[in-house]
Design a binder for this molecule. Structure first.
Ligand code: AMP
Ligand code: GLY
Length: 419
């Protein structure tokens, strides 16, 4: 099979690593990829939202499977755009179904319709600003304000003061997050611990993939600014059989049944961001693709041929496919460039990669110049280790993280601290 994978993060490097272990994989191309994905396939200099370029590439290179890593192409309708290419299978939902991630108001309405537990909410625009103000003023604190659209992980504000909330609501509808904030979801604050569940669906059936927890804040003890993710662990030790059963019965199955009932064209990953509120699971958000850096930890625990599973989506084989998952712990620690998630430098030489032992390095913001690997982004790479216990896996990550050097590198030393 000829495969094209879109994206350039650690998620895509981990997927490349896994996909090329499959005997079904003839050729893998990654657009645009990074210095790591070159180890497994061929990088293609194409933007992930250049649908015409992607179509030409697919037709020229006889691609049979397109895997969409990030959400932007999905929300912009890549699945609709490429739908008429014969014999092409795409892993990812179409534009309407991708609204489960791309519009928080759409996702909330979906959850309400199908009785899926989530924070109580109301959605407002400039047209009903007065109502929004009344809603805010009578709402308990803290109160959560969310820009409806994609806002690069910055569109959620948790506020402890009514006046502040009014001000931020006004900022949002006045364009603080561009068009993404033209509609604002105002919701109840949920207090609990978060975890992520991943399922692959064909729009009717689903297969569970490993659970994970990510660490979004830049600082230890979950302090400081939000990032794309500073590390992840899989499995999540507090998800016992009781919590998992409730998660499946109350969230996963009603969501997949809702997708089927609504007739959504969804052949891809559903990423459930869930919060455990005193034993009751509630949805914080849906994403329509794999998580980053969750993927770096979950993929090494998937014991079956993931490419074969992707290939089975949309066929009779899918429902009978047995997905086996390793009992091992898999942990990933992300090395970032100093200053991230704010201003940081690029093009810093990286050394020590050849010293890594008993762990894998999944590249993210890296590139190659000659024989030198340089930084090319804020999140530079993730060290992943798999072991029988979480602490063994983390120790190995940290032993190896010390060996990789680039100027002003930083990583959190407390991934998994709360588990
Ligand atoms: P989101 O962009 O929806 O993933 O939200 C970003 C982060 O904000 C989540 O990972 C949570 O930590 C937090 N968050 C979002 N909604 C709520 C809520 N209703 N209650 C508490 N925390 C929330
Ligand atoms: N790690 C969170 C995400 O991928 O959205």
């Amino acid at each position: 099979m000829n495969v094209l994978l879109l994206g350039n993060g650690g998620r895509e490097d981990a997927l490349s690593w896994k996909i090329t272990q499959s005997p079904l994989c003839q050729n893998l191309w990654i657009a645009p990829g990074n210095a790591g994905t070159k180890r497994y396939g061929t990088n293609v200099d194409l933007s992930i939202t250049n649908f015409t370029g992607i179509r030409n590439f697919i037709e020229t290179n006889d691609i049979q499977l397109l895997i969409v890593g990030p959400e932007a192409p999905l929300c912009e309708g890549i699945v609709n755009d490429l739908a008429n290419i014969p014999e092409l299978k795409i892993i990812g939902p179409d534009k309407e179904a991708a609204k489960l991630e791309g519009s928080k108001a759409y996702a909330k309405a979906f959850m309400q319709k199908y009785g899926i537990p989530t924070a109580s909410y109301k959605a407002f625009t400039k047209e009903n600003q007065k109502e929004a103000h009344d809603y805010i003023l009578s709402h308990a604190l803290p109160i959560v304000l969310k820009a409806d659209g994609l806002a690069a992980g910055k569109g959620v504000l948790i506020l402890n003061d009514h006046e502040e909330a009014l001000k931020e609501f006004n900022n949002m509808i006045e364009g603080k997050f561009g068009d993404a904030g033209a509609r604002v979801v105002i919701e109840e604050f949920l207090d609990g611990i978060e975890y992520s569940v991943f399922a692959l669906t064909d729009g009717k059936n689903y297969k569970l993939l490993p659970t994970a927890k990510d660490y979004k804040r830049i600082g230890e003890g979950d302090q400081g600014l939000n990032t794309g993710g500073m590390g992840s662990v899989s499995p999540v030790s507090f998800i016992d059989d009781v919590l998992m059963k409730r998660t499946i019965d109350e969230i996963i199955e009603p969501t997949i049944n809702g997708i089927a009932d609504a007739g959504l064209n969804y052949k891809g990953i559903v990423f459930f961001g869930i919060i455990n509120v005193e034993g009751a699971p509630k949805v914080i958000e849906y994403n329509c693709r794999f998580g980053d850096p969750e993927t770096q930890s979950i993929v090494p625990r998937i014991n079956i041929d993931l490419l074969d599973l992707f290939d089975a989506v949309g066929t009779d084989r899918f429902n009978d496919f047995e997905v086996t998952i390793s009992d091992d712990y898999s942990c990933s620690v992300v090395l970032v460039s100093g200053g991230y998630p704010e201003k940081y430098e690029k093009n810093i030489p990286i050394s020590g990669l050849d010293q890594v032992e008993g762990a894998k390095v999944f590249h993210a913001g890296t590139k190659v110049e000659g024989t030198q690997i340089l930084t090319n982004g804020g999140r530079v790479m993730a060290i992943n280790s798999v072991a029988a216990t979480q602490s063994e896996a983390l120790n190995s990550c940290y032993e190896n993280a010390k060996k990789i050097q680039f100027e002003k590198s930083y990583y959190r030393k407390d991934i998994g601290f709360d588990l």
